[in-house]
Write a protein of this length. Structure first.
Lengths: 167, 167
DNA sequence: TATTGTTATACTCTATAACTATA
DNA sequence: TATAGTTATAGAGTATAACAATA
């Protein structure tokens, strides 16, 4: 028996292409806005946003890595940049001596606040302008299960092998 | 009057986040497959696919740049790589002496054929597994207008300014 | 003068492997 | 031994600016 139908019908193919194209254009626009407004890369913005969202303003390195799909070293690099700019601070975790807790600073929050309106404007104007509220809801309803599926997918051919060695 | 409602409701925000996350994960997986199977970056694959799709197997550099959102120099770099690998060839355009016509080679087509099944498999298994055919159709229906909108958007804050000076 | 493409260059980002330290 | 994080390093990719050639 075939492992899984290795084909995409025209509709799927179109959806896939449009997804790639839309995201690419959106990402481009957003990155430009972030760079111009706050001298932030998208990843740095994501990290700051994630920290800012946390009730404590903190996350462990590992949690951040899990969220942003990065190699640990890449995360170390990016957090290092944030720290150098005074936007975040690293400190040893109290409970687990191995862990590092990253915390957003006031300056980080300020920058986030400075950057957010433009960010929202770009996303709103570029992504949601041609979509009704219902459309947005539909889109969210479609993407959520996809996201869950992707997050819980076994290492088919070449997965992160972050946790629990695969091969 | 306000230029445009600079805000995102929770549903929109969720859709946006999921879009970014889903695409990021998908991109990651696809890039790994392309790298392992054909030693191709995603951009190189896109270029080859675009050339392979063309009836003539050719495109002008400018057309490729328009499609792939790149800087010209970046495109030159990537096409240079393809040419070095014997996957594409560059030749002066007959009609316009300034233009360069890029053409996919047989080796390029072979590599494309070698890489495509795995590519499709990843996309199919990762993106479309949790979606029905109807879902895919709905998704395509939502993304198409967004794509068209993005493609025809005026340089609001910082646009390519490729053709026709904006400011 | 505007467009097409290349080159040189500098920089950002990412991943791999080796390493330290704690659980 | 497994996990958390860092460092060194190497490489890919991207953009900018200056340039050459044709329309």
């Amino acid at each position: 028996m075939p492992d899984s139908p290795p084909s995409l019908d025209p509709v799927q193919l179109g959806a896939y292409f449009d997804l790639v194209e839309v995201t690419s254009l959106l990402r481009h626009a957003v990155e430009q806005q972030l760079r111009e407004t706050g001298d932030l890369s998208y990843v740095q913005f994501q990290l700051l946003a994630r920290l800012g969202d946390s009730p404590t303003g903190s996350h462990r390195m590992t949690d951040l890595a899990d969220g942003v799909v990065y190699s640990r070293s890449g995360l170390t690099y990016q957090v290092g940049l944030l720290e150098k700019e005074g936007l975040a601070v690293r400190a040893p975790s109290p409970d687990d001596e191995r862990s590092i807790t990253v915390t957003i600073t006031d300056a980080g929050r300020e920058l986030l606040a400075k950057v957010l309106p433009g960010h929202v404007e770009v996303v709103s104007g570029l992504l949601f302008e041609p979509l009704s509220r219902d459309d947005a809801k539909t889109l969210a309803g479609l993407l959520a299960p996809v996201r869950d599926h992707m997050r819980s997918t076994p290492p088919r051919s070449a997965a992160p092998r972050r946790r629990k060695g695969g091969a």
